[in-house]
Design a protein around this ligand. Structure first.
Ligand code: MG
Length: 384
């Protein structure tokens, strides 16, 4: 017998999800203002020519990616890989404004639009068939391109997780529709890493257990995976089998904390430089957590000083945070506290900066409000 909860889920299942992910979003925002950049290798990030190269790539055009440039790569490496690249310093208020324009286009097509990050959102279509959903995806893609000059990739499926995976396969500039009866065969050949929530550590664990492709998970005994991965293991099996489930309610998603760090080429004794680096690290970490639909309950910052001693500070948040902006804001505040209290008197310089997110939990679809990415009041951009 089915519970009321299962009933309501089965009602939700009759809808279609159109998942939208903008292609090289920051770069696209720059190109629409400077059309002469179109078709060229373009990198958004702190230009390596303005001083010792310490920042990271935030977004790269597909022309630059052909040379091996990737997001989060140190700018010095990117400059060597792609010497012809045109560099554009990031302008986050501009990207937030563009994101709001995108949302207003999306809202024409669905009453429910769930933003997942600055450049990703899901449209929930309450009724209609696959062809209807495909037509919506085509219209959205065309309007974003023609009205906003922003290219997007779209995935269409009955569940958000499959629609998201389809979107990744549609990149760049495509539309991939996965019919309910084709879910298992669509997923089978893909690497386990293609599932949102499977990061490098979960991937390594799955590989150790002999699961390389999503299809390998379809034949796994759910109980074995549950033993290793908890509730997320059960979900992985269900996803691989093409069972109509929604993964947003998962409790257990990989590691409980995540961190990233940067070691300066030359020890740094200027706060402005520390702040910029903390923001860049928080941006990368927050964006990565967003991609995996993870929220964080605590934020930490650590310094290793020139004499190799370490100090760190961790702050628990009153409510779980999502996205890079609140993470960056907290991290900068903590870093400033550390800088003011620990450096005082000693006049020490910083060698390595780390930013950490702890108490990670899966983000539930229900908790995502429509206006989470509306222009923030008081939220500071990751770069000044
Ligand atoms: Mg994108």
């Amino acid at each position: 017998m089915r519970t009321l909860d299962e009933e309501s889920k089965s009602v939700a299942r009759s809808s279609w999800i159109v998942y939208v992910d903008l292609d090289a979003f920051y770069v696209a925002c720059e190109i629409r203002e400077r059309p002469e950049l179109a078709g060229r290798p373009v990198i958004v990030g702190p230009p390596p020519t303005t001083g010792p190269s310490r920042g990271v790539v935030l977004s790269a055009s597909y022309e630059a990616r052909r040379s091996g440039v990737r997001s989060a790569q140190p700018v010095g490496l990117a400059a060597r890989l792609c010497p012809d690249a045109r560099w554009v310093p990031p302008d986050f208020p501009k990207y937030e404004r563009a994101s709001a324009e995108v949302r207003s286009v999306l809202r024409r097509h669905a009453s429910q639009v769930l933003p997942y990050s600055i450049d990703e959102a899901a449209l929930v279509l309450e009724r209609g068939d696959a062809e209807g959903a495909r037509a919506v995806a085509q219209a959205v893609q065309r309007e974003l391109k023609e009205e906003l000059q922003l290219p997007a990739s779209l995935g269409v499926a009955r569940s958000r997780v499959v629609a998201k995976i389809a979107t990744d396969r549609a990149k760049p500039g495509g539309i991939v529709v996965v019919l309910p009866e084709a879910v298992a065969s669509f997923l089978a050949p893909l690497p386990v890493r293609a599932v949102p929530g499977v990061g490098p550590k979960t991937e390594a664990l799955l590989h150790r257990h002999g699961f390389d492709r999503i299809g390998d998970l379809a034949t796994a005994r759910s109980s074995d995976l549950v033993r290793t991965l908890g509730g997320f293991g059960r979900e992985l099996v269900a996803i691989a089998r093409g069972d109509p489930i929604e993964t947003t309610e998962s409790e257990a998603l990989g590691p409980r904390s995540r961190s990233t760090d940067h070691t300066f080429a030359v020890d740094v004794d200027r706060w402005e430089e520390i702040e910029e680096t903390v923001r860049a690290l928080a941006h990368d970490l927050g964006t990565a957590l967003d991609r995996e639909d993870l929220r964080y309950g605590a934020v930490g910052v650590g310094f290793r000083w020139a004499d190799f001693s370490r100090t760190q500070r961790l702050r628990t948040l009153p409510a779980a945070g999502e996205g890079w902006a609140p993470l960056a804001e907290r991290a900068v505040r903590l870093a400033h506290e550390l800088w003011e209290t620990e450096r005082a008197g000693a006049g020490r310089a910083v060698r390595t900066v780390s930013v950490r997110a702890e108490r990670l939990s899966a983000r539930s679809q229900r908790q995502v409000s429509l206006d989470r990415f509306a222009p923030a009041s008081g939220g500071s951009p990751p770069f000044k």
